[in-house]
Design a protein around this ligand. Structure first.
Ligand code: PA5
Length: 351
């Protein structure tokens, strides 16, 4: 691999330890283990009838697993997945739907509200939380208990993988081989992204250096759209930084105009998430979109997914962004773990 540029400050392990005081990097490094353990968690028996619709109710770090689940099922003949980030659930979520109510804390009010409506409508419901009201209100026979003490966004595999497992159990989508492939690929990636790997060989450190001091924009094709969103939200919460995500081909029908003309482009740093199995026309569009607009940005870097199965491709692309967001927090001198303003807002809402 050609040597990567920038980020040498991140080769100071003492600095990383000092800024990443609650060891977010350590938690992220346990992702392969999380994937395997989450698949091995005891799962509720949901019978054999396959739902046509799966509705994942969740917010923020507890919702992204739903987006990833939906992406996994795009390449399988599984049910349609919707992710509901609201107090109300759509009218079409009825008796026949399978509902996953997911809240790491178990106390997120939008999720609890949606759960209450799903219950009234007689939906088949599984609750997933590390405790809280959701656990109390849910049926113990269809509750998945998550390990406590994590930030929701650091527990994404704990929330995603059991949902895949349950769909597999009811014959709606095979998961076992995909889960194992993803865990193996992640193991390799963890070695490459570790703080001990120098910036010259560590893509996440190089990405952090690239995005530092710029306005980050994360773009992808449709399959990796949830990953682009995850990169953005990890930059928001870990690096405490504004960022934006968007998707091709849609952005070629609007955003591209701005890229070709707006002087702000020079302040933006772009990550283009490339998928090994992207549609050939999306691939062609990526090249043209760069040439006709994105190359006016301060920098553009392509990050490629790895693996054959959808889950591996999603999680491998996600891991690079997760680590980069923490390295960027270190460069900015901010502790990646606390999200004080979210807690403050929740307190105000509860008051
Ligand atoms: O990352 C976070 O802390 C948030 O995005 C939370 O996940 C979000 O506020 C929802 O809370 P919970 O995951 O506990 O349902």
């Amino acid at each position: 691999m050609a040597s990567l540029a920038g980020g040498e400050e991140l080769d100071d392990s003492e600095l990383i330890r000092k800024v990443d005081a609650s060891d977010m990097l350590g938690v992220l490094s346990s992702m392969p283990e999380q994937v395997r353990k989450a698949y091995a968690l005891p799962r509720p028996r949901l019978g054999t009838s396959k739902p046509k619709l799966v509705a994942v109710l969740g917010m923020g770090g507890s919702a992204i697993g739903g987006d990833l689940l939906g992406a996994c099922l795009l390449e399988k003949k599984g049910p349609q997945v919707i992710v509901n980030r609201d107090y109300r659930i759509p009218e079409f979520v009825g008796k026949g739907a399978l509902v996953f109510a997911v809240s790491y804390s178990g106390n997120t009010e939008e999720t609890l509200s949606g759960f209450g409506q799903a219950k009234k409508r007689g939906c088949r419901i599984v609750t997933i939380s590390s405790g809280g009201k959701l656990q109390q209100l849910g049926d113990p026979a269809t509750h998945i208990a998550l390990p406590k003490g994590l930030q929701p966004r650091a527990a994404v595999a704990w929330m995603l993988v059991p949902m895949l497992g349950m769909l597999e159990d009811i014959g709606a989508a095979p998961a076992r081989a995909d889960v194992e492939e993803a865990a193996q690929i992640l193991e390799g990636i963890m070695k490459e992204l570790a703080p001990s790997v120098p910036a010259s060989n560590n893509i996440s450190k190089a990405v952090a250096a690239q995005l530092h001091g710029a306005f980050p924009m994360i773009f992808s094709g449709p399959l990796l759209a949830p990953v682009a969103k995850r990169w953005r939200t990890q930059l928001n919460e870990n690096a405490k930084m504004l960022a934006r995500d968007d998707v091709l081909p849609e952005m070629d029908h609007n955003d591209l105009v701005a890229w070709s003309e707006d002087p702000m482009a020079a302040r933006c740093a772009i990550i283009l998430l490339r998928d090994t199995a992207e549609h050939p026309r999306v691939a062609r569009r990526m090249e043209l979109t760069r040439r006709l607009g994105l190359d006016r940005a301060r920098s553009v870097r392509e990050v490629s997914s790895r693996g054959r199965g959808t889950l591996a491709r999603l999680l491998s692309s996600m891991a690079v962004g997760d680590f980069a967001s923490v390295y960027l927090a270190v460069l900015r001198g901010v502790d990646p773990t606390p999200v004080r303003v979210i807690e403050e807002l929740k307190k105000e809402l509860a008051g």
